[in-house]
Structures are given as structure tokens and as C-alpha cells.
Design a protein around this ligand. Structure first.
Ligand SMILES: NC(=O)c1ccc[n+]([C@@H]2O[C@H](COP(=O)([O-])OP(=O)(O)OC[C@H]3O[C@@H](n4cnc5c(N)ncnc54)[C@H](OP(=O)(O)O)[C@@H]3O)[C@@H](O)[C@H]2O)c1
Length: 279
């Protein structure tokens, strides 16, 4: 089967608009869920060195009948591997666990004051230049730092993976990514399940026979945002992927944007040296 998921143009690659998030899928669960997701049509899997499940995602990639070339695999370099040399060695370890020669997208997981950003961005570019990563990018970088990273990078930075759901605006960062020809990828796109009880999302979904989670994921992909919901529940896995057969009106899109609130952020900073964009 050819790739059924629309792609979001991001730097020099197209990232499948929806992927499977694998945070906290531990003790082999990531293998079962990834295999099921691939069977259902997902063609994008998001993991990270720190999740401790790259080997389980790798086992799924080895077991599935879906050709490697059809699957977009993202991993993230953890913050203790940001020095020249350490970063490259950590990527070799990721490739070994994932059982692939190349990842499609390699991200810096969180910004760090040390080593200098220039050193880490150079190491990231080296991994792309020698083919171990098809594309490179960031995660959890606020706007000013994303621009600084882009200016330091020879290759385009494809995406910035950040918390994004109806309760968190990310207006500034979306505009910055757009200006740089990059995308944003929404982590905790379902606000860790909280959207399921939202009356506004429910009312919008009722018109289309869709659940609040589906309205949320549709709202993200309809803006050109990549989304990576996580579930270990096979029924929800299927439900979360069924978002390409309806379209929200401009008025409905605006109603979802209107749910953003100042205290909507869920995630905490890893490093107090950084501050999020105000809006
Ligand atoms: N770059 C970063 O720093 C960073 C940080 C956090 C996350 N991430 C990535 O983003 C992915 C997604 O974020 P997340 O895992 O934090 O949260 P999420 O996808 O927003 O929410 C996952 C939670 O929502 C539930 N859920 C799934 N589908 C649902 C639906 N349709 N309706 C209602 N509830 C639903 C799941 O429970 P069940 O399993 O019971 O369905 C799970 O408890 C992660 O897995 C990871 O790959 C990246």
C-alpha cells in the first residue's frame, strides 16, 4: 500500500501529518502498538532516546510487512549527548536499536545552555551530511532560539516539536516556523486526554459523527501542523487516524483556537534557563 497520509512540507522533507506518539509505551508495549498502527495505515512513528523504547519500535519495524521506505521514523537526541562526538555516537546507538541505517528525522530533544548551540547544531548537521538522518530539527525551542538555531544550521531545520493542543496558543512559534519554512509538530496533541471531555469540541464533533479527540487532531492537521497522538488502545488508534474524511469550517477552526488559555500549558521546562514565548 502506498502512503495514504498527507505530508506536511517541512524544510527539505514532507512529514506524514499524523504519527504515533510512543512516550511511556514501555516494556515492549511500543512494539505491539507500533505494529498495530502500521497495520491501520499510520506511516510515521515518534520515539526518543530517553523513552527507552527505541528497541521496541525497532522490533516492530523489523516485524511489519510495511516496507521501510514507507515509514517515517523520528527519534530525539537526549540532552546529555549534545557535545560533538557524543551526539554522533548516540545516533549510532539509536540506529542499532531501531534496526535501520537512517532515521527520517532527528531532533534535539530540549534546548541546553551548554555545550554552545553552534557545537550541537554542527554535530546534528554532520549526522545529516553522512546520511544517518534524512532530516534534522528541534524540540521545545522557543521562537528566538529556533531562529538562532536555524541561522547556525547549514541544512534546513524541518520541524520544532512542541506542546500544542486547543488549550495552548503557540501563535508566535507557529508564525516563526512558517517564516523559516519549517513546521511545528504537536506533542501532547490531545492535552494528554483532557480534550475528550471538552463540550465545545464535542458539539463540533457531533455534526460530523466525530469524537472530541478527532476534532482536535483534524484542527491540527488542517492548519498544516504535524500531530503525534499516543494511545495503547487499538480502538482509539483507529479513531485517531480517521480524521481525513471530514473538514472543519473556518468558524469551527476559530472556535477551537478560542479555547486557548494562559494556564493551558501542561509540560514543565527541563532547564530553567529558557522561557517560552508569551503567546
Ligand atoms: N518532544 C517532547 O518533549 C515531547 C513531550 C511529550 C510528548 N512527546 C511526544 O508526543 C506524543 C503524544 O503526547 P502525549 O503522549 O504526552 O499525550 P497525548 O497524545 O496528548 O495523550 C495521550 C493520552 O490520551 C489518551 N488518548 C489517546 N487518544 C485519545 C482520544 N482519542 N480521546 C481521549 N483520550 C485519548 C491516552 O490514553 P490511552 O492510551 O488509554 O488511549 C493517553 O493517556 C508522545 O507519545 C511523544 O511521542 C514529545
Amino acid at each position: 500500500m502506498s502512503n495514504p497520509t498527507p505530508g506536511v512540507r517541512s524544510g527539505d522533507v514532507a512529514i506524514p501529518a499524523i504519527g504515533l506518539g510512543t512516550y511511556q509505551l514501555e516494556n515492549g508495549v511500543a512494539q505491539t502498538v507500533t505494529e498495530k498502527a502500521l497495520e491501520l495505515g499510520y506511516r510515521h512513528v515518534d520515539t526518543a532516546q530517553i523513552y527507552g523504547n527505541e528497541q521496541d519500535v525497532g522490533a516492530a519495524l523489523a516485524a511489519t510487512g510495511v516496507p521501510r521506505g514507507e515509514i517515517f521514523v523520528t527519534t530525539k537526541v537526549w540532552i546529555d549527548k549534545f557535545a560533538e562526538g557524543d551526539l554522533q555516537r548516540s545516533v549510532d546507538e539509536s540506529l542499532r536499536k531501531l534496526r535501520v541505517d537512517q532515521v527520517d528525522l532527528l531532533l534535539l530533544h530540549w534546548p541546553k545552555p551548554k555545550p554552545a548551540l553552534a557545537e550541537t547544531i554542527a554535530a546534528l548537521n554532520a549526522v545529516k551530511a553522512d546520511g544517518r538522518a534524512r532530516a534534522i530539527g528541534l524540540s521545545n525551542f522557543p521562537s528566538a532560539l529556533m531562529q538562532e538555531a536555524a541561522a547556525l544550521s547549514e541544512a534546513p531545520l524541518a520541524t520544532n516539536q512542541v506542546e500544542y493542543h486547543p488549550y495552548l496558543s503557540q501563535k508566535t512559534l507557529r508564525a516563526t516556523a512558517d517564516k523559516l519554512g519549517a513546521s511545528i509538530t504537536a506533542w501532547s496533541p490531545l492535552a494528554q486526554g483532557k480534550v475528550g471531555d471538552d463540550p465545545v469540541l464535542k458539539a463540533i464533533g457531533d455534526k460530523y459523527g466525530k469524537a472530541p479527540g478527532q476534532v482536535t487532531l483534524r484542527w491540527q492537521v488542517q492548519q498544516g501542523v504535524v500531530t503525534i497522538p499516543r494511545t495503547k488502545n487499538p480502538a482509539r488508534l483507529e479513531e485517531n487516524f480517521a480524521i481525513f474524511d471530514f473538514e472543519l469550517t473556518d468558524e469551527e477552526m476559530a472556535r477551537v483556537y478560542g479555547l486557548a488559555r494562559p494556564d493551558g500549558r501542561i509540560g514543565d521546562w527541563i532547564d530553567a534557563a529558557f522561557r517560552w514565548d508569551v503567546e
